[in-house]
Design a protein around this ligand. Structure first.
Ligand code: ADP
Length: 248
């Protein structure tokens, strides 16, 4: 057993990946089948996908085609029914629930349509929270939170509660929270879904900047504006993935 687990701690960094030049994300023939009331829904059907370090990928498709299911699996919030998911070269299928939570906290930044901020924490505390969970020392936490808030232009709002901010600003807080842990990949589910068009454009601009800085991004959306910005555009239809980079 590693020393940090014996002491009940979470390590600040994840184990080294299998191949530093290999894909950040690899799905091998991943399927997800939901069964309820005797009905079976194949939300994902044999999806295979590699996302390389520094890539910016959008995933689009009609409602019900499996976009959120795909993002939940990539974000380690759900598991495939069959197939394998490798994150930074490591298989994720044998992780215990505790290990999954730890890997998610270390390697995945998540941004949702509904922001998912904690209302009775300040903006600063919301951004700090994932670092507190993983046991980062206070001076390092402060440096990282300040840098992340500066990155999204919200330093002046640090002591306010998210509820007093506009939707666009709240989503930028969610982005700051997602990037402060320096994740291997930033996953976003319809991030402009609840924003007015100007705030949506500001958010897209932020993602373009993060990409230019080397971040690996995967944005699930049916907002056509993202499709022109992402480097590679993937399309889901009835749970199957089609790479449309060549035809758009
Ligand atoms: P999208 O995000 O593209 O709208 P989803 O991934 O939410 O699509 O859903 C894909 C399919 O899986 C849909 O038919 C949906 O009804 C079904 N589905 C999603 N989650 C569940 C669940 N927890 N139980 C049963 N069916 C589900």
């Amino acid at each position: 057993m590693p020393w940090w687990r014996k002491r009940g701690l979470t390590p600040e960094t994840s184990e080294p990946s299998g191949d530093p030049n290999g894909p950040v994300i690899r799905l091998e023939s991943v399927s997800k089948v939901f069964r309820s009331d005797g009905e079976e829904t194949r939300a994902l059907d044999s999806v295979s996908l590699d996302i390389a370090p520094g890539e910016y990928v959008s995933v689009s498709g009609p409602s019900g085609c499996g976009k959120s299911t795909l993002l939940s699996i990539l974000g380690l919030l759900d598991t495939p029914t069959s197939g394998r998911y490798f994150l930074k070269g490591r298989p994720t299928d044998r992780l215990s629930p505790q290990e999954r939570a730890r890997v998610r906290n270390l390697d995945v930044g998540l941004v949702f349509q509904s922001f998912n901020l904690i209302g009775d924490m300040t903006v600063y505390e919301n951004v700090e929270y994932p670092l507190t969970l993983r046991g980062v020392a206070p001076p390092e936490r402060e440096a990282r939170v300040s840098a992340a808030l500066e990155r999204v232009g919200l330093t002046a709002r640090a002591r306010q509660r998210p509820g007093v901010l506009s939707g666009g600003q709240q989503q930028l807080v969610a982005v700051a929270r997602a990037i402060t842990g320096r994740p291997a990949v930033l996953l976003a589910d319809e991030p402009t879904g609840n924003l007015d068009s100007k705030s949506g454009e500001a958010l897209m601009h932020m993602f373009a900047e993060l990409h230019a800085g080397g971040a690996t991004l995967c944005v699930v959306t049916h907002d056509p504006r993202w499709l022109t910005q992402a480097q590679r555009r993937l399309h889901l239809f009835d749970g199957r993935l089609v790479d449309r980079a060549a035809d758009t």
